[in-house]
Ligand binder design. Sequence first.
Ligand code: FDA
Length: 429
Amino acid sequence: MRVELLVTPSCPHADESEANVRQALTVDGREPSVQRIYVGDLDHAAGLGFHGSPTLRIDGRDVVPPAPDSPIGLACRLYPQPQGTLGGAIPIETIREDLARREQDAIRARAARLKPRELPARASRAFFVGISRQPWLGRLATGFPLTRLMVRRFVAGEDLYDALAALERLQRRGLRWTVDVLGESVSSRETATAAADRYLTTLDALAERGLEANVSLKLTQMGLDLDVAFCRDNVARIVDRAAQLGAFVRVDMEDHTKTEVTLDIVRSLHERYHDVGAVIQSYLHRSAEDVERLIAEQVRVRLCKGAYDEPPEVAFVQRAEVDESFARLAERLLLDGRYPAMATHDERLIEHVIDFAASNGIGPDRFEFQMLHGVRRDLQESLVERGFTVRVYVPYGAEWYPYFMRRLGERPANVLFMLRSVLNEVRRR
Ligand code: FDA
């Protein structure tokens, strides 16, 4: 999003307006970056279509469009203020209203570009990702026995012993794993520190039992929203312990507002520790560049399609575009990446990876497939039988609500499937 604040050099409301813009962007979870443009004379004003100072344009569109007959000029502009008066600064409320309007327009544009058969899946994802962010619903759902029954399919259990039992079952089926200690978006340093401690306990337990120590974590669980440096140090404690145990740590990727900072943290850890890897989502426009950079730095990448509801400015909208991007990124990673992981249950993409690897002389020891606990067990086993490594993402813990909601959003049929199996179980009892 391009945010430009156009002002005359002597505008007394430039600083306050800029501070308001930054605050409005931050409150709405966006990058608070604003470019200030000084308008020096009337010629410059005419060239920019400038009707007075300050003027805020987002992606080239004036936040408060001037009246059609308003003259080009360098005078001060006045804006209605929340208390009902007129003032020279652009109010935060006005900016936030404009951002909300743009979001609505973007959703409409996205819906218009979608093929009709993709609409239900898209709406379902937006709905479930939306409710996954409502903590009060999470509290309600986690106390509700029916939901707990449904969750069992995707989550190994609520405590470490459930997870260890699940890993032993996977081991018997020839599968490997990465363990996710569930949790995200913590609101205090104490909770973030406790989450990192749970990872240390998990790593130690895996090593003690001689089970492969491989974990996946989310930076918002480690305090990313509180303080980036604190979060990095918290994750460094885990990566440090992992290095002592010969374990691997994968940093999951969350929504696009976290991509840059997540990759920065992975890179800075990777400079010191080798066995830490990143995740790339094929639905993001930026991913081709990120993949090239990670290849150059030889950081291990897990490639997935992406599980969040992203705006069309940053992500492909159509399923075919996301799949095409996955195929191209997978090829780059197979050719030059360091032991990439192809995280998908999409059989067409899996066969594409297998064919591409075979025709380029890339053996099955140079990459792996990854799938989610409880999804396509048949496919997991058939790939193992064909000689491929398959790693299963095994989440455990009490904070399963947002993870579970994203899984429901990936496949609308899950909701009916789950309700049916729960009803059967209830009937059996
Ligand atoms: P797609 O959605 O096209 O599904 C293909 C087929 O797989 C479906 O037809 C169905 O049969 C089956 N399937 C897929 N999802 C299912 C579900 N939930 N329930 C039942 N069946 C399902 N995302 C992210 O944004 N950041 C991350 O860090 C990760 N990490 C990650 C790790 C691992 C190991 C995996 C497998 C996935 C992720 N993801 C993720 C999630 C990923 O982005 C994506 O949302 C899901 O994997 C679903 O996409 P598929 O590639 O499977 O394709």
